[in-house]
Design a protein around this ligand. Structure first.
Ligand code: FMN
Length: 235
């Protein structure tokens, strides 16, 4: 009888050990998907983190773009209007556009000035005649109308200096537009004259807008020079 009990107990022990082994295997088998799940569960915050990192990177980039472009920091849209007979003022206008992210508008006379027209050493040249006769300085333009003019809060206006004043093809544009509510910043290029009263005279001609003092650039002024001027305006 004792033998029978011992055999029965042994069978019981062996079968319970086997069952235990099965459970461990089941646990092991279950641990793989759960670790996959754990990986998946981890991967979501990781992805979220990556997404938020990407977002914050792109936000930072946007901030940089905004700073570079300056459009937002200037509190609205920026327009760069310019007249340029031989390209110097246009170059500065392009620098302002790339620094501010603003739009460009070129003032183009209906009758473009040829090299001969611009020869101020010739008393009979077009500029000399126009200079000598104020009545002839009313220069018809291809267009004096800017698309979406009302959307612009800041307007740079550029011109070459002619006889120590703003080249008169800009006059028609200034007279034709309402600068109310806009900050207007004159800029010019010249051989050596400074801005002088040219900005103030245009301001009087316009009669509207908040005109800042403005700046004169030498021809070939670098983008860096223009950038530090624009940044110094505190717009
Ligand atoms: C008719 C005429 C008059 C000028 N008068 C002056 C002047 O009074 N003072 C000066 O420093 N430069 C004078 N200049 C030189 C221009 O201001 C200078 O070359 C300017 O950068 C030209 O700009 P733009 O290339 O955009 O036309 C004159 C040029 C012309 C054609």
């Amino acid at each position: 009888m004792r033998k029978v009990i011992t055999i029965l107990l042994s069978i019981l022990l062996v079968s319970s050990l086997a069952a235990c082994g099965d459970n461990q295997q089941a646990g092991g088998a279950a641990s793989e998907p759960s670790s996959e799940l754990a990986d998946e569960t981890l991967s979501e915050p990781e992805a979220a983190l990556q997404t938020s990192e990407t977002l914050s990177d792109s936000l930072a980039e946007n901030e940089n773009n905004t700073n570079d472009a300056g459009v937002e920091s200037m509190g609205g849209k920026t327009l760069i209007v310019y007249y340029s007979a031989t390209g110097n003022t246009e170059e500065v206008a392009n620098h302002i556009a790339s620094v501010t992210g603003g739009d460009l508008f070129e003032i183009v006379p209906a009758e473009i000035y040829s090299d001969a027209d611009l020869d101020w050493t010739d008393k009979d040249s077009r500029v000399s005649r126009e200079h000598d006769n104020e009545d002839e300085r009313n220069i018809p333009l291809v267009s004096d109308t800017v698309d979406n003019w009302n959307e612009y809060d800041t307007v740079f206006i550029g011109f070459p200096i002619w006889w120590r004043a703003a080249a008169w093809p800009v006059d028609g544009f200034v007279k034709a537009n309402d600068f109310s509510g806009k900050t207007v910043i004159p800029f010019c290029t010249s051989s050596n004259s400074d801005l002088g009263e040219s900005g103030t005279l245009l301001e009087e001609m316009a009669g509207t807008g908040e005109w800042l003092e403005g700046e004169r650039f030498r021809s070939g002024a670098s983008e860096e020079t223009v950038r530090s001027w624009v940044e110094g305006l505190g717009l």
